[in-house]
Design a protein around this ligand. Structure first.
Ligand SMILES: NC(=O)C1=CN([C@@H]2O[C@H](COP(=O)(O)OP(=O)(O)OC[C@H]3O[C@@H](n4cnc5c(N)ncnc54)[C@H](OP(=O)(O)O)[C@@H]3O)[C@@H](O)[C@H]2O)C=CC1
Ligand SMILES: O=C1O[C@H](COP(=O)(O)O)[C@@H](O)[C@H](O)[C@H]1O
Length: 493
């Protein structure tokens, strides 16, 4: 039975792409499930003039593809939505919001609970937070929470400046920094798999694991976001946040309890032990790429809104090392890129082979009958796990072959699973930080990434260097080949 969350949500950027594509849908699903009911209201803002009725129509249009569970549900839901034109850079405009929030609080009985959601260009985040306090928009009665979109800074210094600005208004336990990968079902499952299974956790260390591979592969290019992406690149867009968060969950120690505070402590410790490279180590352990034209796709540099001489990377592969007792000597290979062969996210945990292969033919030195055991966590589009084991091939004689034990979520399971934004909105309304990035995690991730960024900003890359539809530049395969390893997922394999 769902417990209703009471709050007035103030959404900055209410007419933006993210709000229309993801946020209203997420809220509607929470409404359908009863997590939002009579006692909530959303006050949308942007500079655009619009009436409440027009805004309600915009919200209804955004959720029109979701099936209603009862007649008139979408219309009833939209009646909780209100709008005020507001320029976040104008301090005097905040008074308009303040009065309206107070009215909505009374009208909907939200007990003074306020959730502020910044879904706007990041240069405005600091200003909004400062004005929320200065202009008196915070409540004295219920909770005051801030949900903030990515990117959180573009390097450590800018992230720290932003965090200092936010901290003048909100305490760390009031800030919810969105990383939508943390809202994905199978990313959350990493902890269930590790800490719910003796068979897994007892092997989860450098005695048994040879290497771990994380792949976030995208088939699409930059689409409509070229302006943002060309200033960002894959390192900032995907590695500093999503990949670091996944890697932290794979590397962390078992938390004392499954609470946000204890989980955070362990993730922070894991990121603290990530080896920060010197520039020459960074050059050896990081690979960047940019897609060329090919397979019916134009080159990145020819895309609308991209600098024709752009040196922005659309692909990153890297080898990460943790300097701690559990992981010493185990490389974590990560990669992400646009215009790759397919859209998928997966984690491959490659176990060490048995020390002695008693099945190999002693007369043939090159005979290797045993494969590595590989645990694959399929994050998307399929969701589940597979464990590759060695088994006897059926029939006369004795040879082994790899076989798979697998669990894949059914389509109905997947339909039941909330979308990341639904889950994360709900967590923020509940005040649960488990699936949000803390400042310390973000700070360590930036300090790690800044070394690479600085190096890449100095050295001119040899771009373009990979074909659309491939798995990135050859140097990505060479990164592993140098260590005598291969990506578990590769084309034509
Ligand atoms: N779109 C996406 O897929 C994703 C977006 N994000 C993040 O979400 C945030 C929002 O992105 P997105 O929705 O794409 O951005 P958009 O550019 O589509 O929307 C920006 C919103 O901000 C409003 N706005 C701009 N300037 C002002 C101002 N001075 N005062 C008040 N309102 C203003 C705009 O309305 P108006 O111009 O009328 O004022 C609009 O509602 C960003 O931080 C982005 O990085 C993160 C992941 C994915
Ligand atoms: O944060 C981002 O993520 C998307 C990929 O997210 P997914 O859920 O579709 O895997 C990426 O396309 C975008 O560039 C980045 O900003």
């Amino acid at each position: 039975m769902a417990t209703e969350n009471k709050a007035v949500i103030t959404l900055f950027g209410a007419t933006g792409d993210l709000a229309k594509r993801k946020l209203y849908t997420a809220l509607f699903k929470l409404y359908q499930k009863g997590y939002l009911a009579d006692h909530f209201a959303l006050l949308g803002t942007s500079r655009h003039e619009m009436s409440d009725e027009e805004f309600q129509k915009l919200v209804q249009d955004s959720i029109k593809d979701i099936e209603e569970t009862r007649n008139g549900e979408a219309a009833d839901f939209s009646k909780h939505f209100f709008y005020k034109a507001h320029d976040v850079t104008k301090p005097e405009h905040y008074t308009i919001l303040k009065d309206r929030i107070a009215e909505l609080d009374k009208q909907f009985g939200t007990d003074g609970n306020r959730l502020f959601y910044m879904s706007m260009a990041p240069q405005f985040f600091g200003t909004i937070a400062l004005n929320l306090k200065k202009q008196g928009l915070l409540s004295d009665d219920g909770f005051n929470r801030l949900v903030i979109e990515k990117p959180f800074g573009r390097d450590f210094d800018s992230a720290k400046k932003l965090n200092d600005e936010l901290s003048k208004t909100f305490d760390e336990d009031q800030i919810f920094r969105i990383d939508h990968y943390l809202g994905k079902e199978m990313v959350q499952n990493i902890q269930a798999l590790r800490f719910g299974n003796t068979i897994i956790e007892s092997l989860w260390n450098n005695r048994y694991i040879d290497n771990i591979q994380v792949t976030l592969s995208e088939k699409l290019g930059v689409e409509e976001r070229a302006g943002y992406y060309d200033n960002s690149g894959a390192l900032r867009d995907m590695v500093q946040n999503h990949i670091m968060q996944i890697v932290a969950q794979l590397a962390m120690e078992q938390p004392v309890s499954f609470t946000d505070t204890d989980v955070r402590v362990e993730k922070i410790k894991a990121l603290r032990s990530l080896r920060v490279y010197t520039p020459s180590e960074a050059a050896a352990n990081f690979v960047r790429g940019q897609y060329d034209a090919g397979n019916g796709t134009e080159a990145y540099r020819d895309a609308d809104g991209v600098d024709p001489e752009s040196g922005t990377e659309t692909f990153v592969a890297a080898k990460l090392l943790f300097d701690n007792y559990r992981w010493s000597g185990v490389p974590f290979y990560v990669r992400t890129g646009k215009k790759l062969a397919d859209k998928f996210t997966r984690i491959d945990v490659v176990f060490k082979k048995p020390l002695i292969d008693i099945f190999a033919d002693p007369r043939n030195e090159s005979d290797q009958s045993l494969n590595s055991n590989v645990l694959t966590i399929f994050v998307e589009p399929k969701s589940g796990f597979a464990m590759q084991l060695n088994a006897k091939r059926a029939g006369q004689g004795f040879t082994t072959q790899p076989v798979n034990l697998s669990y894949l979520q059914s389509d109905s399971d997947k339909k039941e699973a909330p979308e990341p934004y639904e889950r994360l909105f709900h967590d923020a309304l509940e005040g649960n930080h488990t699936n949000f990035a803390s400042w310390a995690e973000i700070a360590y991730a930036w300090k790690f990434v800044d070394v690479i960024r600085k190096l890449w900003d100095i050295e001119k890359p040899q771009f373009p260097n990979y074909t659309p539809g491939s798995m990135g530049p050859a140097a990505s395969d060479e990164l592993l080949a140098r260590d005598g390893r291969k990506w578990v997922y590769r084309l034509n394999h």
